[in-house]
Design a protein around this ligand. Structure first.
Ligand code: FES
Ligand code: FES
Length: 212
Protein backbone atom coordinates (compact mmCIF):
# COMPACT_ATOMS: atom_id res chain seq x y z
CA UNK A 1 0.00 0.00 0.00
CA UNK A 2 1.39 3.40 -0.85
CA UNK A 3 1.97 5.71 2.01
CA UNK A 4 0.39 9.15 2.12
CA UNK A 5 3.77 10.57 1.40
CA UNK A 6 4.25 8.40 -1.78
CA UNK A 7 0.75 9.27 -3.06
CA UNK A 8 1.44 12.89 -2.52
CA UNK A 9 4.71 12.56 -4.39
CA UNK A 10 2.99 10.84 -7.35
CA UNK A 11 0.23 13.38 -7.32
CA UNK A 12 2.79 16.12 -7.23
CA UNK A 13 4.75 14.64 -10.15
CA UNK A 14 1.58 14.03 -12.18
CA UNK A 15 0.44 17.53 -11.43
CA UNK A 16 3.86 18.85 -12.40
CA UNK A 17 3.76 17.02 -15.73
CA UNK A 18 0.27 18.31 -16.39
CA UNK A 19 1.40 21.83 -15.58
CA UNK A 20 4.37 21.43 -17.92
CA UNK A 21 2.01 20.27 -20.66
CA UNK A 22 -0.28 23.22 -20.11
CA UNK A 23 2.68 25.52 -20.25
CA UNK A 24 4.01 23.84 -23.42
CA UNK A 25 0.78 24.08 -25.39
CA UNK A 26 0.47 27.85 -25.53
CA UNK A 27 4.21 28.09 -26.31
CA UNK A 28 3.78 25.76 -29.30
CA UNK A 29 0.70 27.70 -30.35
CA UNK A 30 2.59 30.96 -30.05
CA UNK A 31 5.34 29.58 -32.30
CA UNK A 32 2.92 28.49 -34.99
CA UNK A 33 0.91 31.72 -34.83
CA UNK A 34 0.94 33.84 -38.00
CA UNK A 35 3.48 36.65 -37.61
CA UNK A 36 2.07 40.17 -37.60
CA UNK A 37 1.79 41.70 -41.07
CA UNK A 38 4.59 44.11 -41.86
CA UNK A 39 4.79 46.64 -44.63
CA UNK A 40 6.93 45.23 -47.43
CA UNK A 41 10.08 47.29 -48.05
CA UNK A 42 11.87 47.60 -51.40
CA UNK A 43 14.86 45.30 -51.76
CA UNK A 44 16.48 47.37 -54.52
CA UNK A 45 16.77 51.11 -54.98
CA UNK A 46 18.22 53.40 -57.64
CA UNK A 47 21.39 55.14 -56.43
CA UNK A 48 22.95 58.18 -58.08
CA UNK A 49 26.64 58.70 -57.39
CA UNK A 50 29.33 60.88 -58.86
CA UNK A 51 32.37 58.65 -59.03
CA UNK A 52 35.69 60.16 -60.09
CA UNK A 53 33.81 63.04 -61.71
CA UNK A 54 31.37 60.84 -63.64
CA UNK A 55 27.65 60.58 -62.88
CA UNK A 56 26.69 56.94 -62.33
CA UNK A 57 23.26 55.51 -61.63
CA UNK A 58 22.88 51.98 -60.32
CA UNK A 59 19.99 49.88 -59.12
CA UNK A 60 21.29 48.15 -56.06
CA UNK A 61 20.21 45.75 -53.39
CA UNK A 62 19.76 48.06 -50.42
CA UNK A 63 22.29 45.97 -48.48
CA UNK A 64 25.12 46.60 -50.96
CA UNK A 65 28.10 48.30 -49.37
CA UNK A 66 29.73 51.21 -51.12
CA UNK A 67 32.82 49.01 -51.49
CA UNK A 68 30.89 46.30 -53.35
CA UNK A 69 29.08 48.90 -55.47
CA UNK A 70 32.45 50.27 -56.59
CA UNK A 71 34.14 46.93 -57.15
CA UNK A 72 31.33 44.66 -58.32
CA UNK A 73 29.02 47.09 -60.09
CA UNK A 74 31.36 49.79 -61.41
CA UNK A 75 34.39 47.55 -61.91
CA UNK A 76 36.60 49.96 -59.97
CA UNK A 77 38.75 47.28 -58.42
CA UNK A 78 41.53 49.62 -57.30
CA UNK A 79 39.71 49.92 -53.98
CA UNK A 80 40.52 46.75 -52.08
CA UNK A 81 38.55 44.52 -49.77
CA UNK A 82 40.75 43.41 -46.90
CA UNK A 83 38.76 42.61 -43.79
CA UNK A 84 35.27 43.86 -44.84
CA UNK A 85 34.87 44.84 -41.16
CA UNK A 86 36.36 48.32 -40.85
CA UNK A 87 39.62 47.08 -39.41
CA UNK A 88 42.26 47.38 -42.14
CA UNK A 89 41.62 50.53 -44.19
CA UNK A 90 42.23 48.79 -47.55
CA UNK A 91 38.82 50.01 -48.74
CA UNK A 92 39.41 53.70 -47.98
CA UNK A 93 37.88 56.12 -50.49
CA UNK A 94 37.13 59.82 -50.35
CA UNK A 95 33.54 61.03 -50.04
CA UNK A 96 33.29 64.78 -50.57
CA UNK A 97 37.02 64.90 -49.81
CA UNK A 98 36.79 63.02 -46.51
CA UNK A 99 38.11 59.50 -46.10
CA UNK A 100 35.82 56.66 -45.12
CA UNK A 101 35.95 52.89 -44.97
CA UNK A 102 33.74 51.97 -47.90
CA UNK A 103 33.08 48.50 -46.46
CA UNK A 104 31.27 50.05 -43.50
CA UNK A 105 28.73 52.11 -45.38
CA UNK A 106 25.82 51.24 -47.64
CA UNK A 107 25.80 52.62 -51.17
CA UNK A 108 22.20 53.81 -50.78
CA UNK A 109 23.38 56.17 -48.04
CA UNK A 110 25.43 58.11 -50.60
CA UNK A 111 22.76 59.46 -52.90
CA UNK A 112 24.37 62.28 -54.98
CA UNK A 113 27.67 62.06 -53.08
CA UNK A 114 30.98 62.73 -54.79
CA UNK A 115 33.26 59.75 -54.45
CA UNK A 116 36.92 59.61 -55.36
CA UNK A 117 38.70 56.29 -55.62
CA UNK A 118 42.35 55.62 -56.35
CA UNK A 119 41.48 55.53 -60.08
CA UNK A 120 40.19 59.11 -59.81
CA UNK A 121 43.15 60.55 -57.92
CA UNK A 122 45.52 60.20 -60.84
CA UNK A 123 46.32 58.09 -63.88
CA UNK A 124 49.54 56.31 -64.86
CA UNK A 125 50.30 59.28 -67.16
CA UNK A 126 49.31 61.95 -64.68
CA UNK A 127 49.96 60.66 -61.20
CA UNK A 128 48.67 62.45 -58.13
CA UNK A 129 51.68 63.84 -56.19
CA UNK A 130 50.97 61.30 -53.43
CA UNK A 131 51.03 58.41 -55.92
CA UNK A 132 54.32 59.69 -57.34
CA UNK A 133 55.78 60.04 -53.85
CA UNK A 134 54.75 56.48 -52.90
CA UNK A 135 56.63 55.21 -55.96
CA UNK A 136 59.67 57.37 -55.26
CA UNK A 137 59.89 56.33 -51.60
CA UNK A 138 58.91 52.64 -52.05
CA UNK A 139 55.80 53.17 -49.96
CA UNK A 140 54.55 49.65 -50.73
CA UNK A 141 55.62 46.08 -51.29
CA UNK A 142 52.74 43.78 -52.29
CA UNK A 143 50.59 46.84 -52.96
CA UNK A 144 47.35 45.46 -51.55
CA UNK A 145 46.91 48.16 -48.93
CA UNK A 146 48.32 50.90 -51.16
CA UNK A 147 45.16 52.39 -52.74
CA UNK A 148 43.68 52.80 -49.26
CA UNK A 149 46.95 54.16 -47.89
CA UNK A 150 47.20 56.75 -50.66
CA UNK A 151 43.56 57.89 -50.35
CA UNK A 152 44.01 58.14 -46.59
CA UNK A 153 47.33 59.98 -46.89
CA UNK A 154 45.80 62.60 -49.19
CA UNK A 155 42.92 63.17 -46.78
CA UNK A 156 45.22 63.21 -43.74
CA UNK A 157 47.25 66.11 -45.11
CA UNK A 158 44.00 67.94 -45.92
CA UNK A 159 42.76 67.33 -42.36
CA UNK A 160 45.97 68.75 -40.90
CA UNK A 161 45.80 71.74 -43.26
CA UNK A 162 42.19 72.33 -42.21
CA UNK A 163 43.29 72.48 -38.56
CA UNK A 164 41.43 69.34 -37.46
CA UNK A 165 43.13 68.04 -34.29
CA UNK A 166 43.94 64.39 -33.65
CA UNK A 167 44.37 62.32 -30.50
CA UNK A 168 48.04 63.27 -30.32
CA UNK A 169 47.65 67.00 -30.96
CA UNK A 170 49.13 68.60 -27.85
CA UNK A 171 47.02 71.74 -27.87
CA UNK A 172 43.74 71.42 -29.69
CA UNK A 173 43.28 75.18 -29.83
CA UNK A 174 46.38 75.42 -32.05
CA UNK A 175 46.65 74.36 -35.66
CA UNK A 176 48.21 70.87 -35.84
CA UNK A 177 51.56 70.56 -37.61
CA UNK A 178 52.68 67.89 -40.02
CA UNK A 179 54.79 65.77 -37.71
CA UNK A 180 55.60 62.07 -37.70
CA UNK A 181 53.42 61.60 -34.64
CA UNK A 182 50.45 63.34 -36.26
CA UNK A 183 50.79 61.35 -39.47
CA UNK A 184 51.33 58.01 -37.70
CA UNK A 185 48.29 58.59 -35.50
CA UNK A 186 46.05 59.65 -38.36
CA UNK A 187 47.20 56.77 -40.59
CA UNK A 188 46.77 54.18 -37.83
CA UNK A 189 43.54 52.86 -39.38
CA UNK A 190 45.43 51.75 -42.48
CA UNK A 191 47.21 48.49 -41.84
CA UNK A 192 50.14 47.38 -44.01
CA UNK A 193 51.01 43.73 -43.60
CA UNK A 194 54.27 44.32 -45.49
CA UNK A 195 55.29 46.97 -42.97
CA UNK A 196 55.97 49.81 -45.41
CA UNK A 197 55.08 52.35 -42.74
CA UNK A 198 58.31 54.36 -42.58
CA UNK A 199 58.44 54.71 -46.37
CA UNK A 200 54.78 55.81 -46.43
CA UNK A 201 55.70 58.45 -43.89
CA UNK A 202 58.58 59.64 -46.09
CA UNK A 203 56.20 59.93 -49.04
CA UNK A 204 53.68 61.92 -47.01
CA UNK A 205 56.39 64.16 -45.62
CA UNK A 206 57.60 64.99 -49.10
CA UNK A 207 54.09 65.82 -50.34
CA UNK A 208 53.40 67.96 -47.29
CA UNK A 209 56.63 69.80 -47.99
CA UNK A 210 57.29 69.47 -44.31
CA UNK A 211 60.39 68.76 -42.33
CA UNK A 212 58.82 66.18 -40.07
S1 FES B 1 38.03 46.19 -46.00
FE1 FES B 1 37.20 47.97 -45.13
S2 FES B 1 38.41 48.34 -43.39
FE2 FES B 1 39.14 46.43 -44.14
S1 FES C 1 52.26 46.87 -49.20
FE1 FES C 1 51.63 44.85 -48.75
S2 FES C 1 50.09 45.13 -47.27
FE2 FES C 1 50.90 47.10 -47.52
Amino acid sequence: MPTDLEVSRRALLAGGAASAATVAVPTARAQSATPPRTQSLPTTLPVRLTVNGQARTLTLDTRTTLLDALREHLNLTGTKKGCDHGQCGACTVLVAGRRINSCLTLAVMHQDDEITTIEGLGTPDRLHPMQAAFIKHDGYQCGYCTPGQICSAVAVLDEIKAGIPSHVSGNITRRPRVTNDEMRERMSGNICRCGAYSNILDAMTEVAGADA
